[in-house]
Design a protein around this ligand. Structure first.
Ligand code: DGL
Length: 263
């Protein structure tokens, strides 16, 4: 393992590419390998044990591919499996958690919404964070049932998507939230539709940029930033269909490689 070894990133599917985009923007010379475990998506309805065993499988595949650091670009995997991953593997591991803290600190209406998977909202880690930072405000927890499969299928603006989002945003409007926390890495892709449905004063926040900053800080501490300034290798693998990955990454199509592979 050396400075030019890749940053290994995984998600239950295509959603973590929203995190990859932030990482690539901040660290444009880093080589990256992304695994989309779309064959097993969504993770959101699996048990903590199942999520943990899939997360171990993905981490092992990224370590075997020579990664210097692992980014778990999935809230569901982070909130259910990060402790196990960190105790099992010696490689540095960064996770993603819903940005409850900044929303709780900034809210004026004392009411914030969180849209995430069932697996994230029912996890012990999420409850701990929520109790610690949002004990004195109301947190409207919404399980985004049905959203991840639609995003996996690339149906970002479909009628089914809009119908589901209308239902979820109605609950947020009724509860007078002024912040909506996106607690799933798939959901930045539906911000345009959410914005059409929410009042303009409602701010939508996600954790992508914070994860990218944390990745950079940790690599700096490890003295493992790739300082070669060579065009990086940006590899994406999915164990299902490549179509949605290609669609979501179309603006990078000349720089990246996308392939199907079992892992
Ligand atoms: N992208 C994932 C997350 O951040 C998981 C979605 C799922 O597989 O249910 O939570």
């Amino acid at each position: 393992m050396n400075k030019s070894s890749p940053i290994g990133i995984f998600d239950s599917g295509v959603g973590g590419t929203s995190i990859w985009k932030e990482i690539h923007q901040l660290l444009p010379f880093e080589n990256t390998i992304y695994l989309a475990d779309s064959k097993n998506a969504p993770y959101g309805y699996k048990t903590p044990e199942e999520i943990t065993s899939l997360s171990i499988k993905n981490t092992e595949a990224l370590i075997n591919a020579g990664s210097k650091i692992i980014v778990v670009a999935c809230n569901t995997a982070t909130t259910n499996a990060i402790d196990t991953l960190r105790s099992r593997f010696s490689i540095p591991i960064i996770g993603i958690e819903p940005a409850i803290k900044p929303a709780a600190l900034k809210t004026h209406s004392k009411s914030i919404g969180i849209l995430a998977t069932k697996g994230t909202l029912s996890s012990t880690l999420f409850h701990k964070t929520s109790m610690e930072f949002a004990n004195d405000i109301s947190v409207i927890e919404i399980v985004g049932e049905g959203l991840v499969p639609l995003i996996e299928a690339g149906k970002l603006h479909s009628l089914e998507m809009i119908a589901l989002l209308k239902k979820y945003t109605r609950q947020l409007i009724d509860a007078n939230v002024d912040y909506l926390v996106l607690g799933c890495s798939h959901f930045p892709y539906i911000i345009p539709e959410l914005k059409k449905l929410l009042p303009s004063h409602v701010k939508i926040i996600d954790s992508g940029e914070a994860v990218a900053r944390q990745t950079k800080n940790l690599l700096e501490q490890m003295e493992m930033i790739n300082d070669t300034n060579v065009i990086p290798s940006l590899q994406f693998y999915t164990n299902a269909n490549t179509a949605t990955l290609q669609f979501l990454l179309q603006s990078y199509s000349e720089k990246i490689s996308v392939a199907k592979k079992d892992f």
